[in-house]
Design a protein. Structure first.
Length: 200
């Protein structure tokens, strides 16, 4: 699996690059993980309801092709895009989501943070507050999009939306649970956990 470190990149060109990569894949194309951060942006999934954006605060809103409702991306949040051939890895979508969640849970345990899943609400939670959001798109058995883990960011924009469509859902980040969490280091460790859990 190839790991690409993109740094801080605009959302829309990165989304387009994922689509282009997936459209051009062959059976021999290696799987990739793209690690990045984005400038402030709200993204609204395929079935996303605009009313989950509670107020316009000047942050761009991009309607995209993943599942799920609305979420926020901003600096200090680790985003891992998973460009995988699920058939080659013997994964179902449900199995992949489970393994993505497990990678985050295992990573947070390294920082002394006990995290959980919530039934019927994909993502990872700490004490009922969401710390990681998941969203995928499949095309010809291959995935793109991925997960976003809040590490050391401004959480205020989450207050302007119903995160993932849940009114009043609390959101947290690793910095509030573990002092000194470094976004870049967390990203590297997350990629290692993802590679481990997503390898057959």
């Amino acid at each position: 699996m190839i790991l690409r470190r993109l740094g801080l990149v605009e959302y829309v060109p990165t989304w387009q690059a994922m689509k282009d990569f997936t459209a051009g894949r062959t059976a021999a194309t290696p799987d990739e993980i793209w690690l990045c951060e984005h400038p402030p942006v709200f993204t609204l999934g395929l079935a996303g309801k605009p009313e989950h954006l509670l107020r316009d605060v000047g942050i761009p809103v991009v309607r995209i092709d993943r599942g799920g409702q609305i979420t926020y991306h901003g600096p200090g949040q680790v985003v891992a895009y998973l460009l995988l051939d699920l058939r080659r890895r013997g994964l179902t979508v449900k199995g992949m989501v489970n393994r993505m969640e497990q990678a985050v849970i295992d990573l947070l345990a390294e920082y002394g943070v006990e995290a959980q899943r919530l039934a019927g609400a994909p993502g990872v939670y700490v004490g009922g507050a969401k710390i990681a959001a998941l969203g995928l798109k499949l095309k010809n058995g291959c995935s793109y999009h991925g997960l976003a883990l809040n590490v050391d960011m401004d959480l205020a924009p989450f207050g302007h939306i119903n995160p993932c469509g849940y009114e009043g859902l609390a959101v947290t980040q690793l910095r509030e649970l573990c002092a000194g969490a470094d976004t870049q280091q967390v990203g590297e460790r997350l990629a290692a956990h993802l590679e481990r859990t997503l390898t057959p």
